[in-house]
Design a protein around this ligand. Sequence first.
Ligand code: DX5
Ligand code: ZN
Length: 221
Amino acid sequence: MNNVYIAPSILSANFAKLGEEVADVERGGADWLHVDVMDGHFVPNLTFGPLVMQAIAPLTKLPLDVHLMIENPEQYIPAFAGAEAHLITVHQEACIHLHRVLHLIKEHGVKAGVAINPGTPAAAIREVLEDVDLVLVMTVNPGFGGQAFIQSTLRKIRELKAWKNELGLKDLRIEVDGGISASTAPLVVEAGADVLVAGNAVFGQADRRKAMEDIRKSLAG
Ligand code: DX5
Ligand code: ZN
């Protein structure tokens, strides 16, 4: 199995001191930094765009894991690629021409990911598994931090893990996002996840290093 990565989501950070917040999780042992972009259409919330990412990028060595919860994501791929995204994930539900959009991401020299909402079956992304570096299984309905983990998503993680093995996609990462904490992390990792996004469970805690260690310890036992 791949090493399990922890990707704190800056959605739960203090935006008034974002630079310090990013440095804090980098020092505390984060593997990636998860950047939640919302447009108020695809999800009922608004966050930020490439300008804020451009401000963060020079402050950290952490790979920027960009989660686009927006309509027409293809329009913004050049801007996020230019803002030093390491990986750009688009939602299957937002892309009529999903295969084309994923290849557009790669043409910009960025790794490509595809996300599915809790109500979307894994089969909706079956045909593009060989075209992506990562699949993102939403374990809450996207839009807000601090929501409760949806247990039924475990079935989909298992299904995707089985397809990954069948197709021999050794390097494909399976990311989960929403309600991940030291209590739910062992469940998703057992099912096959190897990138854990955590907003509230990391940025919501005073000691971020300890918060990430607690998640890692929960996987050891
Ligand atoms: C939800 C976002 C998540 C969010 C997770 O729409 O995509 O990345 O920040 O937050 P927690 O970990 O608090 O559920
Ligand atoms: Zn996210």
